[in-house]
Design a protein around this ligand. Sequence first.
Ligand SMILES: C[S@@+](CC[C@H](N)C(=O)[O-])C[C@H]1O[C@@H](n2cnc3c(N)ncnc32)[C@H](O)[C@@H]1O
Length: 317
Amino acid sequence: MIADHVSARRSEIIQSLADSLKEATGRTLPVQEAARRCDVIPGLMHQLLLPLAAAGIVTLSPTDHVTLTELGAALHRDVPGPMWDVVIQGAGLASWQATSQLAEVVRSGQLSLPGGQRSLYGYVKTLPTPEAVRFQLVALALAAEDLSRTHTVVDVGGGSDTMLETILMAHPHLGGALLDLPHVAERTKATLARRGMADRFRVLGVDFFEDVPVVPVRPGKVVYLAADILPHWSDEHALRLLTRIHNAMTGTPGSSELWCVARLMSDAHEEVRTLGSFEDVHKRTANEYALLLEKARLVPQRIKSLPSGVHLIIATV
Ligand SMILES: C[S@@+](CC[C@H](N)C(=O)[O-])C[C@H]1O[C@@H](n2cnc3c(N)ncnc32)[C@H](O)[C@@H]1O
């Protein structure tokens, strides 16, 4: 019953989004404005837009604008409500792109997929997921920050598809280090070597609850980046990690900043939490993050909105 209601409301919002974008110049609006026109809180709008972007119905920009694609513009108000979900979930980018190969399939009698792919699974793996869309947008937004006075970025829990890579590509003067669990670090090193990025930054296998090392860095400001880390941990664990980062920052010559990337919970989010719209385990408000940082003797400085509904929380020692 609740699921039906949510699905109907979702279809309604998508329809009104498509209508608003069709009327807008260049079929583009800032996400905030799109949310206002659809009468949705911006945080929820971002949740809705990521799957639409992954399905090729809209595109999202690092400046937090949403644009209706040709495909999205073809969706018509006359399509009955529940069809929207079929269109978006059942017919994602894979299906849409595959239709263009139909003539070739008929001609050759062989499975033919975009990019000459022969394996359906291989092809689907190349398509963006909502998480990949968000990752890319956030990485580009971080890369667009003013890093002219920063010399090193330390990506704490950087993973193997790394934001650090995007940041360093945009700032040739920057050096970097990535910390992750040893088995992940090995994977990351192999990926970087394949992409010819192995010389751009060091990859260290560490348990960040035990140690956040002060990596030898060039003189100048150091940014410690913790992207999508804290939302996965309880206050107790988050505090332990922040304390390790604090120690590394105080041991770092020159100035340093901590950049935490996380989704902030608002009261409105709290209301819809029960509908299962958010998957992070430990959602916190801006105040809760501030308290956590202060407990680790870090000083919250400012919070900035990033695209796709996440925030950059900046703190110093
Ligand atoms: C949700 S991912 C975030 C990855 C990346 N920062 C991003 O934004 O995509 C969390 C990362 O933390 C790493 N991690 C988890 N526990 C860790 C630990 N105890 N020490 C070091 N890294 C850890 C995981 O291996 C993973 O790469």
